[in-house]
Design a protein around this ligand. Sequence first.
Ligand code: IPE
Ligand code: IPE
Ligand code: MG
Length: 251
Amino acid sequence: MTVKPTILQELPPDLVRERLPRHVAVIMDGNGRWAKQRGLPRIMGHRRGVDALKDILRCCKDWGIQALTAYAFSTENWGRPLEEVDFLMTLFERVLRQELREMMEEDVQIRFVGNLSALPKSLQLEIERAMDQTRQNKSIQFTVATNYGGRQEIIQACREIARKVQQGVLQPEEIDETLFEHHLYTDGISDLDLMIRTSGEMRISNFLLWQVAYAELYVTDTLWPDFDRVEFHRAIASYQQRDRRFGKVKV
Ligand code: IPE
Ligand code: IPE
Ligand code: MG
């Protein structure tokens, strides 16, 4: 049985329920640095990173945030040493297998997005199984971006749309932002409200390029394995202080 954290299970009183972000994305960066600081191999950081993600997912659910999207592996991450890539693929598979029952119990709908066909076959099967089983779950939409690239996502949407135009089922004039969004992986999820990046890097690293258009950005120096509910609370509190103008002026 997993021990659930006892702190901050309820929505902290300083946060306003009505102004919670509906969709939060996290760039879970800094696992390697976390391990290095402790004289451990990088993979140990990835292992601890999974624990952090589990806690943030639970926290989102406890507080009533509808959607969490986590960047687990980018299209660029294939450039890492083979050993690390292999470890990550095996880790994803093992975690999925271990956590499926709990995700069912907690009513989590899990989805994987990215170019999944390039992942190891055994991982693809685990992904399919988890997505199928949790499809009807309603408490939170949990999306894991694996072999994901924002540019790649936009290109695959363009291809799908182009095919429809070629088949004559769509007119070029019908292509607008709404139609385009229906062809992105995030179709069916609320607009992205908040993007969090850990470990201090001020970049997007090819994550949710379209969706980030009007999201609020939050960067913390905390390394991902140390990112806990207290840190998440800080991020949401900062979000709630932002004035989201969307290009308009206050009258
Ligand atoms: C993020 O942590 C996890 C993945 C990219 C899979 P890193 O592995 O990038 O950690 P740092 O940035 O080297 O510290
Ligand atoms: C972004 O982190 C990708 C994930 C968190 C999965 P990276 O560590 O790969 O990004 P860069 O290299 O700092 O841009
Ligand atoms: Mg990194």
